[in-house]
Write a protein that binds this ligand. Sequence first.
Ligand SMILES: Nc1ncnc2c1ncn2[C@@H]1O[C@H](COP(=O)(O)OP(=O)(O)OP(=O)(O)O)[C@@H](O)[C@H]1O
Ligand SMILES: [Mg+2]
Length: 400
Amino acid sequence: MPLFLESRLIVLATIFKQNREGKLAQGQDAGVYAIETSGLTKSFGKVKAVVGLDLKVEEGALYALLGPNGAGKTTTINLLTTLIGPDKGMAKVAGYDVVKQPGMVRRSIGVTFQEVSLDRNLTGRSLLDIHGRLYQLPQKEIKKRIEQLVELVELQEVLDRPVKTYSGGMKRRLELARGLLTEPSILFLDEPTVGLDPHNRENIWAYLQELRSRGNLTIMLTTHYLDEAEKLADKVGIIDEGKLVVEGSPASLIASLGTDIIKLTGSGDLARFKEALRQQEWIAAFRVASERIKQDGSSIEGASAPVSAPRGVESPETAGKSEETALSEAVEATTTASDMAVEPGGITEILINLTSEAGRSVKPLVDLAEHNGFEVADVSLQRPTLNEVFFKYTGRRLRD
Ligand SMILES: Nc1ncnc2c1ncn2[C@@H]1O[C@H](COP(=O)(O)OP(=O)(O)OP(=O)(O)O)[C@@H](O)[C@H]1O
Ligand SMILES: [Mg+2]
């Protein structure tokens, strides 16, 4: 990041800090949490958009609400930012109750919405200026903050152009600047990078990370991008059908699934190798996802191969969800939809989870294969992702 940006960020951080300290005097509940909900519920007719949501987000944290389309993410943001009222339950933002003190909540937050909500005919500068006036900031202050923020989001060169001439990425960055103009202590970002190319997404990620490292800003964002949640969030709440299905740090959620998944590709005596796999203590689960490659390199479609796991762990539906079952599910979830039938003499793909004690060692596995008539052509490691976590708790994949 260029030096001038660094210095701007330091100024911003100082402002955030002062702002936050200033607010504590105004009858705010000085509780530990920046965002706290209990039993928060909202329906639209028969659609239960948010159902009994209990959330606690600590000050300074970045919390990602991750979930598929229609999971209730935007509804949650709308409830927390006072755009709509709950049917039941309680929510506090910056210590203020969203129903009883909506004005104070609004003064403490910045928001960017899922749909771009910018007046297309205004220039970036006038748009920010109007926003500052709406919040009754002094003109001099507005000018100063605009200067700082457009440097942060690198929009100096287009600031005096009408928004309709901006690219999607520029609009998102302008929205981010608008969200930050009032120096919120909590920033809500509903799908901040949706529709952006990888370069622009990474830019937004970098701005957010910089902002966080310099000030004590709490951020709640929604996303259906797994990598975004995994990369940015201290804590992820996975939401589905209006309910929080699981939450935790990305690393702890992934770790709860077990170790990495090893993918072996090869050919030979599959039955013998499978039997050998079943007998190893250090193998937690395996699955054959087999494919015969024809001479011309294309694959032949066939029926799905079943999940196999040693020591009685045969099905991911097994009740009680033992650790081994979870591992088996992780293997299951990682398998692509193109599972193929086992063709004698063909190239076979096997996904294997070692037990955590076995670590990541692949050598014993390759040796085992070769001692049992299975010649290994390729080995790769697949790390489970939040997709597998979602699968474990919902039986579905996020991308569905
Ligand atoms: N104003 C509304 N009127 C009727 N139904 C609504 C309204 N807003 C949301 N819903 C419904 O509530 C559910 C949750 O919607 P919401 O927009 O919160 O999902 P989301 O997780 O943000 O999805 P997406 O990833 O597509 O943005 C959906 O079934 C949606 O159709
Ligand atoms: Mg949404």
